[in-house]
Design a protein around this ligand. Structure first.
Ligand code: IPM
Ligand code: MN
Length: 355
């Protein structure tokens, strides 16, 4: 198969980790006889520096023209403490999500046996936890009307949801639940927020169409607690944009390191595959960041964008083997040797080739 992949490494550790994922992609493509063509685009702070825009038109075209986007991270500390900055690296990511219609963000959380001790939570609570967070990605407060009044002394962000937005994300969550353990938890704040009441109403209307799936509802404050007191409760968790942002960072603690959490953003146009850890500027250029989340995102790309399940599995297996062999970066090294970003990338690529 011919695979056209747009590389958008972005900022911070993005370029280093994307480079390792590319090694894994090349190894798996060679093994299974696929031909990969890469294109490239700037996004985030590096795009602002070059073009003044965080998601230039040219990068949008590169994305639209590809079968999948392999994305690193955006963000630069120089923008973090300047609330008056007109353009911000993060607006590039939001523009990309909106323009590509990426309404569904899948963030799987799984545990690796040899790493459960790395979780700040008790081993017996996290051992075996395996769930999928489905975060709505193009609605809610992120994109609702926002602004200032009263000479800037009053500020607002509107948490706006349309029925069709809720329906399409719930449909997807139900379909994933069907492929898994058939348990869907809809997370909202329906005791307070009108937008959440719409979510709950739509979910209640849709539930009878999925009689094989158990649907339950949980308030977001309670879900935040349940994620750390009993993460094994969850199979598929679906929620709105802002709640999903917060809960998935929290959920990453379950697997032991944020450096392991991959994600896929799917929707109307090209899908985007990226680690959830962000740009980690303190580590940029040091060759120490964990590339496994990006490599696992590449596995998701094979599965979700290309429908190539065996290829995805081969990447996952090599990642699991690197963890078992303790050939890992410093965040996962358990008192043992810590390998560099590129050493781990090479190891995983070689492993894919060998197996
Ligand atoms: C994420 C990130 C983004 C978000 C930022 C960088 C805009 O935190 O992908 O979770 O808030 O969605
Ligand atoms: Mn986030």
């Amino acid at each position: 198969m011919k695979l056209k992949i747009a590389k958008l490494p972005g900022d911070g550790i993005g370029p280093e980790v994307v480079e390792q994922a590319v090694k894994a992609v090349d190894a798996v493509a060679k093994k299974f006889g696929h031909e990969v063509e890469y294109t490239f685009g700037y996004v985030g702070a590096c795009a602002i520096d070059r073009t003044g825009s965080a998601f230039p038109e040219e990068t949008f075209k590169v994305c639209m023209d590809a079968d999948a986007v392999l994305f690193g991270a955006v963000g630069d500390p120089k923008y973090d403490n300047d609330p008056t900055a007109k353009v911000r690296p993060e607006t590039g990511l939001l523009a990309m999500r909106k323009q590509l219609g990426l309404f569904s963000n899948l963030r799987p959380v799984e545990t690796f046996k040899s790493l459960v001790h790395k979780s700040p939570l008790k081993e017996e609570l996290v051992d075996g936890a395996d769930f999928l967070c489905v975060r709505e990605l193009t609605g809610g407060m992120y994109f609702g009307e926002k602004g200032r009044r009263d000479n800037g002394d009053t500020a607002f962000d509107t948490n706006l949801y349309h029925r069709f937005e809720v329906e399409r994300i719930l449909k997807q969550a139900y379909e994933f639940a069907r492929l898994r353990r058939k348990h869907l938890t809809v997370v909202d704040k329906a005791n307070v927020l009108e937008s959440s009441r719409l979510w709950r109403q739509v979910a209640q209307e849709m539930a009878p169409q999925y009689p094989d799936v158990t649907t339950d509802f949980m308030y977001v404050d309670n879900a935040a607690m349940k994620l750390i007191t009993g993460p094994k409760f969850f199979d598929v968790l679906v929620t709105e944009n802002t709640f999903g942002d917060i809960l998935t960072d929290e959920a990453s603690c379950v697997s032991g390191s944020m450096g392991l959490l991959a994600s896929a953003s799917l929707g109307e146009h090209t899908g985007v595959f990226e680690p959830i850890h962000g740009s980690y500027p303190q580590a940029a250029g040091k060759n120490i960041a964990n590339p496994l989340a990006t490599i696992l995102s590449a596995a998701m790309m094979f599965e979700y964008a290309f429908g190539l399940m065996e290829e995805g599995k081969a990447i996952r297996k090599a990642v699991a083997d690197s963890i078992d062999a303790e050939y890992v970066t410093e965040d996962l090294a358990n008192g043992g040797k810590a390998y560099s970003t590129s050493e781990v990338g090479d190891w995983v690529a070689n492993r894919i080739a060998e197996c």
